[in-house]
Design a protein. Sequence first.
Length: 230
Amino acid sequence: MSCLITVNLFRFNVTNDLLPYYKKYEVSVTENGTLLDILNSIKKQDNSFAFSSNRFMGIRVNSFVASLNTSVETIAKFLKTDSFTFEPLSEFYAMHDLIIDTSVFLQQLDYLKLFMEESDKERYEELVSYYYASPTIEFEREYFGDSFMIFALFLAEKYPQKRDEILRLCADEKHGVWLHTSVKNALILYSNATSIEDRIAKLKMDIVRYVPDTNSMTKREAKRAKSLIF
């Protein structure tokens, strides 16, 4: 069984267009169809359309972030509509339709190179959607990013001898974890949105536990945490 859905698709090519625009497509999808199936169908209709082949790169559907393996049925039930607007994770970094510039995301890894092995890099690259989905990035572009924080906690747990150095880096007042804002709404179509918040909370707890004297902001958070406990 299949159904017909309408997609209002974000279109933009940085080499040709001054501003983005939207184009409507009607796509037939099966009961078990996914967002990726829709994108492939649109590509067949319009070969000029571009989207990332990176399986970890999500898109925005009616402003919510979704993985490409999310079923159309799940999204339709959640949004209560079969009319979708597809946009890149970040319009600011849009390059060609749903493809975005990921160089900023990758550059953040430079701050952690002293604490990791080359084989760890793949783990970070899997977190790409969480960098651009973060509400913080929209108003604090100097923020290291949620992907950075999740990956840094992974490194701190994997290499405990480097833990305190990593935690101090994450506690930075201008770039660090204190700038994090909840992604639960932005990532509502991701099954692990709650676990991301749990990892960020764990990172904050480790910072105030092991390196509470890092800076004034960390000292304040450590004091607040202590008052909550006692």
